[in-house]
Design a protein around this ligand. Structure first.
Ligand code: GRF
Length: 205
């Protein structure tokens, strides 16, 4: 299974995926890492694993959209993984990978999700609201931001002492397990999309 990973930042989810592929022998290969900006540390991580990297032009949105689709197709991508990718995926690219593009979001969607909810902002909102449970979600990408069919979710219990940074760390730890699990299920063809719902074939009685 050829995977292209899109990043914007530190790339700890990329790192977790690469380690899981190697350790759990997930039948998949990250064929390239595409960053939305040149200072994404995830590019360094990709380099450490000898994975080809590409950087989208930051100030030329039309050119970037065209390049992104070309790069994905040139690499014979079968699954696109958004791992800390903060830009909107152009509709042309979403349409080219129906239920073959997944995103990880650091909350229990639909809470603290949608336009404007990304990175530490998610955990600041969680902290402000004083929720007792937050978590992480892996979902297929469709036209709406954080709106596609949900693949996996896992909850994270919070204490009143947790500030946004502590919340982020607790959620990241879950993300680093959840994303590889979702990719592994996809690689094993155990994910079946039925309308807005994802059925995990393992659980089909
Ligand atoms: C993660 O919290 C992810 O859920 C969100 O942005 C963060 C990226 O972290 N989309 P990293 O770049 O994978 O370390």
């Amino acid at each position: 299974l050829n995977i292209s990973v899109l990043i914007s930042g530190g790339g700890t989810n990329l790192e977790a995926l690469l380690q899981a592929i190697e350790a759990q022998q997930i039948p998949a290969r990250v064929v390239q890492v595409i960053a939305s900006q040149p200072d994404a540390y995830g590019l360094t991580r990709a380099g450490n694993w000898d994975i080809p990297t590409k950087i989208l032009p930051v100030n030329e949105p039309e050119k970037a959209d065209k390049l992104l689709l070309e790069w994905l197709e040139e690499a014979d991508t079968q699954l696109v993984v958004l791992a800390g990718y903060v830009k909107k995926v152009p509709p042309t690219v979403v349409a080219a990978y129906p239920n073959r593009m997944m995103n990880i979001h650091p909350s229990l969607i639909p809470a603290f999700a949608g336009p404007g909810w990304y990175g530490i902002k998610v955990h600041e909102g969680v902290w402000q609201r004083g929720v007792k449970l937050t978590g992480a979600t892996v979902h297929f990408v469709n036209g709406e931001m954080d709106g596609g069919p949900i693949i996996l979710q896992e909850a994270v219990a919070l204490s009143h002492e947790d500030d946004p940074a502590a919340i982020q760390q607790k959620v990241l730890a879950v993300e680093h397990r959840l994303l590889p699990r979702a990719v592994s299920l996809f690689a094993a063809q155990k994910l079946q999309v039925a309308g807005h719902r994802v059925i995990l074939k393992d659980e089909v009685s």
